[in-house]
Design a protein around this ligand. Structure first.
Ligand SMILES: Nc1ncnc2c1ncn2[C@@H]1O[C@H](COP(=O)(O)OP(=O)(O)OP(=O)(O)O)[C@@H](O)[C@H]1O
Ligand SMILES: [Mg+2]
Length: 259
């Protein structure tokens, strides 16, 4: 087995939350076979903000989906907080995902008929809890994403950046071990993108939530602690902007690695 890419300091204060070993994902269609991930091994420490970069088709979303237990690997193991996703029954994995893994998508995925407050509460409403029961926690999260004064707005009365902040608040509802974000600023202008990246950094630092974010943008990746660079389904290296915001360091380092 290859040596793990041991990125942030892995010590008692920062235990490994995501432990991925020799992960492979092969998509087989009747016409052809695609190796989307070709032996990825990595460890991610608690409370770290990690960006994943790579050309289109390099396997970024596939890696995120596997870590999130949304799809099963062809080979390899994924441990989240020491729990092996591959050893769980489908039912247990679904429950584990709901409780311990938050996800954020490029398209926000809010329900258009619900207010911001209801959208944040949705995972609990689905679980049968009432809105009044959820209210304290939901309002705390709306304050965290600075949307206290938009709680009663429906998504069509919110900007793209505000909608994404609602989605972030929703992803944090259960105080998850990890938050997975696949190009969360893909639909946003640069000002709103910066606000989202800073918010994600803040959540990692202040709340010790581990964040994995796929991005094409060096400015976003530069606010992460570490950057994993993927090419053709393999990790070809990593950068350590350490949250500095130094986009030139990331852009140059990325160019050198990915060519
Ligand atoms: N369901 C699928 N069936 C077959 N092939 C797939 C499937 N999903 C992804 N692939 C292939 O796997 C490879 C990796 O895809 P993936 O979506 O992980 O790339 P990505 O790095 O996220 O790209 P992008 O930046 O365009 O989002 C690609 O070649 C893609 O065509
Ligand atoms: Mg993708």
């Amino acid at each position: 087995m290859e040596t793990p890419v041991n990125m942030p300091p892995n010590d008692a204060d920062h235990p490994v939350v995501v432990d991925v070993r020799d992960l492979r994902k092969i998509y087989a269609t009747p016409e052809h076979t695609v190796t989307a991930l070709d032996g990825v091994t990595l460890e991610v420490a608690a409370g770290s903000f990690t960006a994943i970069m790579g050309a289109s088709g390099s396997g970024k979303s596939t890696l995120l989906h596997l870590v999130g237990g949304l799809t099963a690997p062809t080979a390899g193991t994924i441990l989240i907080e020491g729990h092996d996703l591959g050893k769980m029954s489908d039912q247990r994995r679904t429950l584990f995902r709901r409780r311990r893994i938050g996800v954020i998508f490029q398209e926000y995925n809010l329900l258009p008929t619900l207010t911001a407050r209801e959208n944040v509460a949705l995972p609990w409403l689905v679980d049968g809890r009432s809105l009044s029961d959820s209210r304290a926690r939901v309002d705390e999260l709306l304050a965290l994403v600075e949307l206290e004064n938009r709680a009663e707005h429906r998504p069509d009365a919110l900007s793209g950046g505000e909608q994404q902040r609602v989605a972030i608040a929703r992803a944090l509802l259960n105080d998850p071990a990890i938050v997975l974000a696949d190009e969360p600023t893909g639909n946003l202008d640069s000002k709103q993108s910066h606000a989202i990246w800073r918010l994600l950094r803040d959540i990692a630092v202040r709340h010790c939530t581990t964040i994995l974010m796929v991005t094409h943008e060096a400015q976003g990746a530069a606010l992460a602690d570490d950057v994993i660079v993927l090419k053709d389904g393999r990790i070809i290296g990593f950068l350590q902007p350490k949250g500095s915001g130094d986009a030139t360091l990331v852009a140059t380092g990325y160019q050198e690695l990915a060519g």
